[in-house]
Design a protein around this ligand. Sequence first.
Ligand code: PLP
Length: 411
Amino acid sequence: MIYWKKLPKEERKNKIQQALNANVNFAKDTSLGYPASKLDGKVFYDADFLKDAPVLQTFVANPNHIGCHTLGDSESAFKGTHELEKEVLNVLAVDVFKAKPNEFDGYISPGGTEANTQAIWMYRNFFIYKKEAKLEEIVILASEDTHYSIPKAANLLQLDWLKIPVSFENREIDTIALEKIVLKAVDKGKKYFIVVSNMGTTMFGSVDNPEDYTTVLEKYNLDYKLHIDGAYGGFVYPFSNENSIINFSNPKISSITIDAHKMLQAPYGTGIFICRKNLIENVLTKEAQYVEGMDLTLCGSRSGANAIAVWMILFTYGPHKWFEKISVLQMRTQFLCNELDKLEIEYFREPYMNIVTIHSEFIPKEIAEKYDLVPETHNNENKWYKIVLMNHVEVQHLTVFIDELKSSVYV
Ligand SMILES: *Cc1c(COP(=O)(O)O)cnc(C)c1O
């Protein structure tokens, strides 16, 4: 760990105060040109408690984090809080995902949907600009358990998505089907492959092996770029599986999505996008001339308070406390699995993740509804219900659920 540590409360408060002092202060400074200000004072008034609530104080000060702060210049009016966003990216890119210092670009996006779209947009343009690819020669590969943000991005960017089947029980990529699909695509004139490999699917928590893709693509000498969707698993898997190699230590991986607004319990609007150097330039919008610095992100203006919220969570915990928190969730997940085993109820669980997805035939519909279990599909063909062991899902809640399930199994 180079960047990530636990900081005491006073130190965190001071760092944020200093960052805000380095920004333009709309309440005091003469700043005439920005189409922005602090939040409306009639509603977001300067309450006394704000001085003890640095994230809320930042929220009211309303810094704009428009743009990408790892490359070129940024809007200098908010340079104080931009620095703290860079600290967040350093922690995640270098300390958690093993990039080398200063060898990555990234930003805090509105969510995982945008981070995934940014990745696909970047690779699409990379193939067009650098390899003279035609649009119809580029295609996306991702498993059938992939999040719907991928077909959404495919639609926006006018690319086909080839959906790779997984086995029903263990949710692993069917490599034989994958090879057939790739060969058929080549036959149809596809030459450039954008791979999205999941590090924790939304429904199952299953983790794809990126090598399943690279082995097939390299066997046929095909051009590809590899993105990891860790929107859900990014704050779980690297901590529960210390030997994980799904990170930038693998030269084949070029970018990663990690949502702070899921496992990290940060406010919505904190998707994180990280990629290797020399890629993000492919989405430069040259026309954005009134903004200081280069425009390299899908979204424009975005809230600096979101970056500060993520910074606060990371530096309140530090790496060891975060590891402990994930370990507790893993123990609760194991508790649930043990109870299901006793009842001979079938389920899927990726051993390093905190999602348990149960065969729907074991769960009466009333129980699923009562406990808000999420079905795989909201129609009559649903085969799975999932339980996500988030922070608020405690053993006492699981026990009540299991007891109710027991009485339904034994009638
Ligand atoms: C939630 C999720 C997304 C999308 O994230 P949003 O933040 O809701 O846009 C993408 N991929 C996976 C695997 C997810 O779990």
